[in-house]
Design a protein around this ligand. Structure first.
Ligand code: ZN
Length: 374
């Protein structure tokens, strides 16, 4: 069986459908929680599934350094290792080498770098990235690419994009023929329309199972990101999934889906859960704030997650202030649940041809802000 993509409805540029893999279906638009070190922090895998997630993201860079891809392969692959039997997408390691590793040296061949964990020397190339993602057993593999931080000059963005396109061809060659596994190309080109178009053409000529829009959410701001998303998805084939990497806040996600994106990932809901930042239909709440300490009401009275069904704001405030582990567990669960609720609502709205009305209500509710203090 191959990985396939079926579009079931469109509403404007927004699309809904399903990616079918040997490990289960991924309903799109899909949000992928991030399981950096073979765990979505503070969550059990079945809890992640209960929030509505169909697929997780794993990080090649982190897993190759610790515990090591060969070790995970010997232990039966990433799915078994972390007890998540549903689909996993792994990134290529390229982005995190650039953002986390020390003493990087970039060449045509690849990148050598020093581990941020123990200072050891490593090399990532398109070929090694494909090998690591094969050892992990990931269902959706990403091409190895170079993503420059913005702002960068057009010359720098063009150089990185063209190198990434040569690496994409090497990634495809090294990936080979692996039934049941998909390889996605990554479009680069920063905020430059001509470079985005050149990148898309290069990728489509190589031919991939899906296409990512890379190199966004790297400091350009939402308006510039949406400007790119107004045209970039249109350069990609209609019949393949489109994945926006590393995005984002709830309104970024809604804006991306509106512009034709099918998949996204971000650490924000899980990371924010550990720092007391809560996403709700009424915007963002800081649970640390003293206004919550006597409040018996839930974070969101309409939310069905365990944090909202069983606990008051006062309790969540208390366990956060006391640095109790359950604070990270409950707030992460709520945030992931809220993100998946947005995805489900968008899938339904697109299927029923009422995305614009749903989007207007989404923004209106957020503009109202949090419930008034008692
Ligand atoms: Zn909740």
């Amino acid at each position: 069986m191959t990985v396939s993509f079926e579009l079931t409805a469109r509403d404007g540029a927004a699309r809904t459908g399903v990616i079918r893999t040997t490990r289960g279906d991924v309903r799109t638009p899909a949000f992928m929680p991030v399981g950096t070190a073979a765990t979505v922090k503070a969550m059990m895998p079945n809890s992640v599934r209960q929030t509505g997630a169909d697929i997780l993201l794993g990080n090649t860079y982190h897993l190759m350094l610790r515990p090591g891809a060969e070790r995970i392969a010997r232990l039966g692959g990433l799915h078994r290792f972390m007890n998540w039997e549903r689909p996993i997408l792994t990134d290529s390691g390229g982005f995190q080498v650039m953002s986390l590793a020390g003493l990087r040296k970039l060449s045509e061949h690849g990148v050598t770098f020093k581990s941020h964990v123990d200072g050891s020397r490593h090399e990532l190339t398109p070929e090694r990235s494909m090998e690591i993602q094969r050892l992990l057993g990931s269902d959706i593999v990403m091409c190895f690419d170079e993503c420059p931080a913005l702002p960068a000059s057009d010359d720098e963005v063009a150089r990185a994009m063209r190198l990434s396109m040569r690496w994409a061809a090497r990634s495809k060659e090294a990936f080979g023929d692996r039934p049941g596994h998909a390889l996605f190309g990554i479009m680069q080109g920063g905020v430059n329309r001509d470079l985005r178009e050149e990148s898309a053409e290069a990728l489509v000529n190589i031919g991939f199972d899906g296409y990512a829009v890379g190199g966004l959410a790297v400091g350009e701001g939402q308006a510039a990101m949406f400007d790119v998303l107004d045209y970039a998805p249109g350069f990609l084939p209609e019949d393949k999934p489109r994945y926006l990497m590393g995005v984002g806040k709830p309104d970024d996600i809604v804006g991306a889906v509106k512009r034709g994106i099918d998949m996204m990932d971000c650490v924000l809901p899980s990371r924010s859960g550990r720092t007391g930042q809560v996403f709700t239909r009424r915007g963002q709440i800081n649970i640390k704030n003293a206004r919550h300490q006597d409040d018996p009401r839930p974070l969101d009275e309409d939310c069905t997650c365990p944090a909202c069904r069983n606990y008051s704001r006062a309790y969540l405030h208390h366990v956060f202030r006391s640095q109790e582990i359950i604070s990270s567990m409950l707030l992460t669960w709520h945030n992931l649940h809220y993100y998946q609720e947005i995805m489900e609502a968008m899938r339904q709205a697109i299927a029923e041809g009422r995305f614009d009305a749903w989007e207007a209500a989404f923004h209106e509710m957020r503009a109202e802000g949090d419930i008034a203090p008692l």
